[in-house]
Design a protein around this ligand. Sequence first.
Ligand code: GLC
Length: 550
Amino acid sequence: MGDRWYQEAVVYCLDIDTFADSNADGVGDIPGLISRLDYLARLGVTCLWLHPIHPSPNKDDGYDVTDFYNVDPRFGTLGDFAELLHQASNRGIRVIIDLVVNHTSDQHPWFVSARSSPDSPYRDWYVWADHEPTDRHQGMVFPGEQHETWTYDRTAKAWFYHRFYKYQPDLNFHNPEVRAEIKKIISFWLQLGVAGFRMDAVPFIIELTEPGHPESPKDFDYLTELRQHVQWRRGDAVLLAEANVEPDELPQFFGDNAGSGNRLHMLFDFMLNGRLMLALARQDPEPVIEALRDTPKLPEGGQWATFLRNHDEIDLSRLTAEQREQVYAQFGPEEHMRIYERGIRRRFAPMLDNDRRRIELAYSLQFSLRGTPVLRYGEEIGMGENLDLHGREAIRTPMQWSYQPNAGFSAAEAEKLVRPVIESGEYGYPTVNVTAQRKDRNSLLSWFERMIRTLREAPEIGSGSTTHIDVPMPAGVLAHRADGATGTMVFLHNLGTEDAVVDLGLLADEAELPIDVLTDRSYRELGKMDAVQINGYGYRWIRLRRGPLG
Ligand code: GLC
């Protein structure tokens, strides 16, 4: 086992309001989540990431907070939250929460006060301009739905800055009081017992915004400061950040052990995500090989968090226009499947036409590549989307637990549900639900359980090094390896449809007694490794040898 838990974790993210409703009011809640912890423990996840849990008017699914020191009363109380931490910990599961401090809701008492008068003690907690800024129509995060980043406020008689929707005014990071308050928020939740934070919108947090300067300077040292604070308050807490930036900027977010000090422990690997989608669309591993090659070297303790789908759109903005079209053609062919002029608002299973072989192949690839895998609720049973819902809500429908009404999510009347469940069709709850898949050894859920257990027996995948095995390969096939103190694993993935035979004879000397530990079907024994079979859409996880700690 490595020294750092997050490098060998399996993260599962969920929204409390769509997971499990214990009191039949139509909204998922903390007691509901507690009642499902055994399910999550059985699945094998070791860390929960909860989307925003704070009180919120919910215009952006909780990413618009009105009180950072409480939980949304719809979810329960702080007492319930403390109980959740205890119950999760009893099952060996850590909990991290979303920390959304780039902005607040415009209904947060700070903003209400700030706009009310130039003399408000909170006035300077936000970013104001007296005159219309020249960059008013630049830098929108939600093109198509958002038209400006500076909005005039009649009460304040001034313009305020908002990187996201206009009901999400940005906090002013020039202001030392804001910085101190954020440390206090972090301390509060660490003291309660969370294992860390998923930090929202980090590139914008460190931006020192000035009106008329769309390219404001970035204060990376602030991340060093936050890291030091977090680590002093709780030694093993992590910062997992959303920083969807150009690859050459990424190292600055991690920091390094020498000059700039340690900053964030983990970053979501958006670059790999786009390349994975491209590789799957083309049935060609080249984009993944490129991503492995182009990955900046991480400082000690730095880690990627890998994902296929998250709660937002699939962001294809870092692909070329031609590459983006290839992904759209395969996975988002219709206009209403796309969003923000750059992405796809669909769940993973429907994008792959519910082809079980390709679904397994894709997750096998994600989980075997370097980094810590993050799974989103419902992926483990192959849930679908509801494109009739607005924007990203399409992929935020309630968890499908059983054949019972409302998918067993809630005993409320259907009209009261926070969002409708998917009722019918290929992805409707009568077909796709946990109860059905639990009983079935061949279900996707049972496959995920096996895969996650296998991953946890091979910690070199998370905390070792990952390398592309660069030998001549049949079209469509990727070979890579993970090396660590526990030994070596070799992986084959065939993104194409043709069965193939791969020559891995160069590994024969290293192989003690190579065995398959996870495959898409049973294969002939490995022998000298010079003629390793791999089916179309097949995958093989091969344990090559055990190391001193294996
Ligand atoms: C992040 C979240 C997204 C949210 C936005 C504003 O990008 O992932 O869901 O809308 O921040 O907080």
